[in-house]
Design a protein around this ligand. Sequence first.
Ligand SMILES: [Zn+2]
Length: 253
Amino acid sequence: MELFDSHAHLNDEAFDEDREKIIQKCFENNIAFITEVGYSEETSIKAVALAEQYPNIYATIGAHPDECNQDIDLSFIKKLAQNKKVVAIGEIGLDYHYETTQKEMQEKYFIKQIELANELNLPVSIHSRDADMDMLEILKKHTISNNFVMHCFSSSVEIAKEILKLGGYISLAGPVTFKNAKGLLEVAKMIPENRLLIETDCPYLAPEPHRGTRNDSSNVYYTAQKIAELRNTTIENVAQITKENAKTFYQIL
Ligand SMILES: [Zn+2]
């Protein structure tokens, strides 16, 4: 079985003590590909460096909405995008969770980065938290030419339907295995086979039975297993379709 963890943060300081060991463990345990996701200039540079170190790790670059509550310089994106291991712009989007949120600023830099992705011919990895309606409005107004994924999708079936109508992919993470997963269970059942991705978002959101511990890419196995159960199929099948979908999405040949 070959799994593709489509969204990871292995450069997080949580892995400073044993990063190489953990990555090796992942590749020895069914993990065939990993996308390391940047969320700022510094983490984007590091994502590209990690991707250069491992043939089966790819990188995304961009500025997370938490970085965009004030003016920032996005010039790193065009520079880093020259590297062949860069497969998407992201994670970018809207995050209204904190009181310090500046909605207009987040929106401005989200749209700027969508335009950059179109110019650079790259797909987009989207982070959306407590911002469903504004997110849909922006996605309807600003066409993303090379597709997009809603990473760690945690909204309703209704929102999922809107995303699918816009041609987007939906990526499920550890929360689909949680006891309070509720609506996510329905989402996991209704996503068309060619629109489903899986991820860990590690070191956060470890799936059951490891909830609450440090997450790493090898745990994408448990998310695949839960989805297989919900969709009445085998984990091998879920692994195969989500791997192929991730390769198509990130344009990995
Ligand atoms: Zn993330």
